[in-house]
Design a protein around this ligand. Structure first.
Ligand SMILES: [Zn+2]
Length: 196
């Protein structure tokens, strides 16, 4: 395999982790001397288009979320969609982590549009709603869709649906073989994953 950035030959490192009550997760990491790095996660036991839906409240902020590079995250109440793109990276986080990522993005958007009162106001409303949800005074719905079943929310309270082929086809997959990131050993440890 060759580095997409510099063309040198590179190695792919893969490891399989067993996550309790969940199955096996395959992690692939590519790194090159030129600095190129990419990782991705593949959940080996699902392999079908899936949609996970959960209400985020103050009680479940530490619920784990695995988002593969093919996963789309939506929070309809605040009109947020995080779709896979060419630079899309996999990550393991929790619901709080997703809300704080969105906060960061919204704050940047607010700065960029600082002369547009309407947009600033909309950003402020989103930030306020996120803040209230983090404090347990409000709720938000998080929907995670993945056409390859490589993303997941790990909770007893999550609603899981199999998506139709049609629905899955509408999703941006953002996938290339090299779309592979930074799932650290620590993050896996947080998941309770054990390397095989
Ligand atoms: Zn390279």
């Amino acid at each position: 395999m060759y580095c997409p950035a510099c063309g040198r030959e590179i190695k792919i490192l893969s490891s399989i982790y067993e996550v309790p009550y969940f199955g096996k997760i395959l992690l692939t990491t590519i790194s090159c001397e030129c600095g190129y790095k990419h990782s991705d996660s593949i959940i080996t036991e699902i392999k079908e288009p899936r949609r996970y839906t959960i209400k985020i409240d103050g009680q479940n902020l530490f619920t784990k979320v695995i988002r593969s590079s093919s996963g789309t995250i939506r929070i309809p109440e605040i009109g947020v969609d995080i779709e896979p793109g060419p630079a899309s990276q996999a990550f393991i986080t929790n619901l709080e982590g997703i809300l704080s990522r969105i906060e960061d993005i919204v704050k940047i958007a607010r700065d960029w549009n600082s002369d547009d009162e309407e947009k600033v106001e909309r950003c402020n409303l989103i930030l306020e709603r996120i803040d209230k949800t983090l404090k347990g005074e409000s709720e938000l719905t998080l929907i995670l869709e993945d056409p390859f079943g490589n993303s997941a929310i790990i909770s007893d309270d999550v609603f899981i649906e199999k998506m139709s082929e049609n629905e899955a086809a509408q999703l941006k997959s953002g996938i290339t073989v090299m779309e592979l990131t930074g799932l650290s050993e620590d993050e896996l440890g947080d998941l309770g994953a054990k390397k095989e």
